[in-house]
Design a protein around this ligand. Structure first.
Ligand SMILES: *Cc1c(COP(=O)(O)O)cnc(C)c1O
Length: 374
């Protein structure tokens, strides 16, 4: 307990959220997304937990993350969703990772590596069904498939696409993407006389888009307890409500009584209007508590909200604790999560930071000491 700032991850909440995914996924397989250090929650611990709960496979962005999972002893299929290059193909094949291919640029190298290790390398192909980021346009998928089938040592296991706006319930693009993906993939299956594993839905697709389930789903954010749309928390029973898994806390390291008219911190961006009790916290933008939170955020001390005042600096933040009955050095300050029934959510902090919960979780989890609580 020597770190003043702590990120705690609740395994219980993660298990609960996996169960909620299971409910929405019905009989579709679940590929648990653990990229970005599991959205800041710790990739290896989360990967183990999701596999134990029944995840069919795991999703990372780059080969290096997949290698880390293999070195931790994880044997489940690991999809590399973004970063297969000719340079990384050898390592991907050696570690038995599942390459997701957006075009044909790595096929020669993958086929070469397949021959080298004497194993068939099984691929998933990424279609650009409307996302407009990675992948191959529907009309060019047939040529890509043929390119794989023409190379001994390579095989196709699946076809996937990704939503651009599934986080917005009712977005017109979502039903369009479902339709494009459904029609194109069925056509390709007919043309080539095979059946592939089709997958499209991220958390938003799973929660908000009908017909998006197909054979497998790829939830990320909902596993960690946030809804893709901060404003559209579905009305469901508690058993189906997501539970935030991350809690970020600090502690009071100094309490000061300051007279009215005192300018606080860099730039004197806040001046006390009354005799004021200031509590100083040893947390700042080097911990992901961004400078943008200055004079905007609140934290929880003794179960009550107190406002951040003055500039958040690299390692220090001040809060106005005047309205608390008592505050002492060593008091816990909760920046994200719950304390005595009061809560600050990643969505709320995201609004203060002008970003989304995903980024808040990656920042806090990525920049602080983490503990995984059973
Ligand atoms: C990140 C990602 C997901 C998960 O998205 P969430 O919105 O976090 O559920 C699914 N599929 C792909 C391709 C991704 O990159």
């Amino acid at each position: 307990m020597n770190a003043l700032n702590r990120v705690e991850i609740s395994a219980r909440a993660l298990r609960h959220n996996f169960g909620v995914c299971r409910h929405y996924a019905a009989d579709a397989a679940i590929l648990a997304m653990v990229k970005g250090e599991a959205y800041g929650h710790g990739m290896v611990d989360c990967a183990r937990l999701f596999v134990a709960e029944g995840a069919a496979s795991l999703g990372v962005a780059q080969v290096g993350e997949g290698v880390t999972l293999r070195q931790a002893g994880i044997t489940a299929p690991i999809f590399v969703l973004a970063g297969i290059t000719p340079q990384s193909a050898a390592v991907a094949v050696e570690h038995g990772l599942t390459p997701v291919i957006g075009d044909g640029s790595s096929l020669d190298e993958l086929a070469f590596q397949a021959r080298r290790v004497g194993r068939t390398v099984r691929l998933h192909l990424k279609m650009d069904a409307g996302m407009g980021r990675q992948g191959t346009l529907p009309g060019e998928m047939s040529a890509l498939i043929q390119g794989v089938l023409d190379r001994p040592g390579l095989a196709i296991d699946g076809i996937l696409a990704h939503f651009p706006e599934a986080d917005e319930p009712g977005a017109a693009s979502s039903s369009q993407v479902v339709e494009t993906f459904r029609v194109t993939s069925r056509q390709l299956e007919q043309q080539f006389g095979r059946r592939w594993c089709l997958h499209l839905a991220n958390s938003g697709g799973l929660l908000y888009v009908s017909g998006a389930r197909f054979d497998m789903v790829r939830p990320g954010i909902m596993l960690y307890g946030s809804y893709p749309d901060a404003h559209a928390t579905p009305e469901v029973t508690p058993a189906l409500q997501l539970q935030p898994a991350m809690r970020f806390s600090s502690q009071v390291i100094q309490v000061r009584q300051l007279p009215a008219g005192t300018g606080l911190g860099y730039g004197h961006s806040w001046t006390s209007a009354r005799p004021t009790t200031i509590a100083v916290l040893p947390v700042g933008y080097s911990n992901g508590y961004l400078r943008r939170l200055s004079n905007r955020a609140s934290v929880l001390i003794r179960g009550r909200r107190v406002p951040v005042v003055g500039r958040v600096s690299m390692n220090l933040t001040m809060v106005d604790a005047t309205d608390l009955e008592q505050v002492e050095v060593g008091d816990e300050a909760v920046l994200l999560g719950t304390q005595q029934g009061e809560a600050i959510s990643a969505d709320e902090i995201g609004a203060w930071m002008e970003t989304i919960s995903y980024e808040v979780l990656c920042l806090f989890g990525g920049l602080n000491r983490r503990s995984f609580l059973e």
